[in-house]
Design a protein around this ligand. Structure first.
Ligand code: NAD
Length: 321
């Protein structure tokens, strides 16, 4: 079997490679040729850790496997990333382990790719101002991938701790784009596309703060109880997601569904838009909202691409088990 260690990932795979892998697997999910298995996530009662795995199978690419890992809140004290993950790929013809791949950077890249795919397919073509809510570890990945999707000429940002917005300002400046720290009213009034990427458990952005024509990619809510935008916003918007089952249970839509504002049937899988089976944006004043919950198949898709590149470049480590 092959090992592709974490430290090789940055030089192996680009954001564009991850975009293509994620777009393809979302499309396969909508064709019902790729499916995610039920997610396991447990508080293990040690080191305050949350551990689990996300898994699935794509019959088109034959990507089979799982991502295992979770959140160890005290890792930062040890000089390690709090989120830790490893991806295991299996040979779909024999069941033998094909590869073990470092999953930390790949998780960041596949999450950024998901909001970028939503912008490609749902944002207005004339979108020029990008709004960012959240300035943590994941935010710069989302920002970089989004900037590739439209010729944005301004980035506006809000974060609970405004000092962290420097991170976003730095990325915008690398791209030669002005950055402005704003309040949430200003953010909604200016932005054509808004990405939310926080760990909030209460709505940050209110429905009244969002203009007609805006596209939102809500990426932070991946657990029961988390929430980034007012539930009423989902009732006003056309809602899209990676996977409906996750959207209504652990995604941003969980609150609007629980309050009876929208039903499962109101939510469109983005893969169906990619495949041309369902309409995406149909008018310039429609609000579109992508609920990006994060599915195991995204991890398998980017890990498979990384393994292929590692083999092609002769850097994959071969071992016998
Ligand atoms: P991080 O800890 O580095 O940053 C957390 C961010 O959330 C910061 O901007 C912080 O200011 C903000 N925040 C925390 N509590 C808040 C509150 N009460 N109100 C407003 N803002 C608040 O985390 P990260 O790695 O940047 O990840 C951000 C979120 O994205 C996490 O919740 C994580 O679980 C989620 N995530 C989702 C996916 C997915 O596929 N959907 C993938 C990776 C991470």
């Amino acid at each position: 079997m092959l090992i592709v260690p974490e430290h090789l990932i940055a030089d192996l795979i680009s954001a564009q490679d991850c975009f293509s892998a994620v777009e393809q697997v979302f499309a396969a999910m909508a064709r019902d040729t790729a499916y995610n298995f039920p997610v396991i996530r447990e508080a293990i009662g040690h080191a305050d850790a949350l551990y689990g795995f996300k898994s699935g199978f794509d019959r088109e690419s034959l990507a089979l496997g799982l991502k295992s890992g979770g959140f160890w809140p005290r890792n930062a004290d040890k000089g390690l990333t709090n989120h830790q993950s490893t991806i295991f790929l299996f040979d779909a013809d024999t069941g033998r382990c094909r590869a073990v791949v470092g999953g930390n950077l790949l998780t960041a890249l596949r999450t950024a790719a998901a909001s970028a795919v939503s912008i490609r397919h749902l944002a207005r073509a004339d979108a020029r101002v990008l709004g960012m809510i959240g300035a943590g570890h994941q935010s710069t990945f989302q920002l970089r991938a989004a900037l590739d999707q439209r010729p944005f000429d301004k980035v506006v940002g809000w974060n609970l701790n405004p000092a962290d917005l420097d991170r976003l300002a730095k990325v915008a400046s690398e791209r030669g784009i002005p950055f402005q720290a704003v309040d949430l009213d200003q953010l909604g009034a200016q932005a054509d596309v808004i990405i939310t990427i926080t760990s909030s458990f209460a709505p940050i952005l209110q429905a009244a703060q969002v203009r007609p024509g805006t596209h939102l990619a809500c990426m932070g809510t991946d657990t029961k109880g988390k929430q980034e935008v007012e539930a009423a916003l989902l009732a006003k918007a056309s809602v899209f997601t990676d996977e409906v089952a996750q959207s209504v249970t652990i995604g941003e839509a969980q609150h609007a569904v629980a309050q009876g504002l929208i039903a499962d049937g109101d939510i469109t899988q983005i893969g169906a838009v990619i495949n041309g089976e369902r309409p995406g944006r149909v008018s310039d004043d429609q609000i579109t909202l992508f609920d990006g919950t994060g599915v195991g198949l995204q991890d398998l898709a980017v890990a498979s691409a990384a393994v292929d590149l590692a083999v092609e470049r002769g850097v994959a480590i071969k071992i016998q088990i």
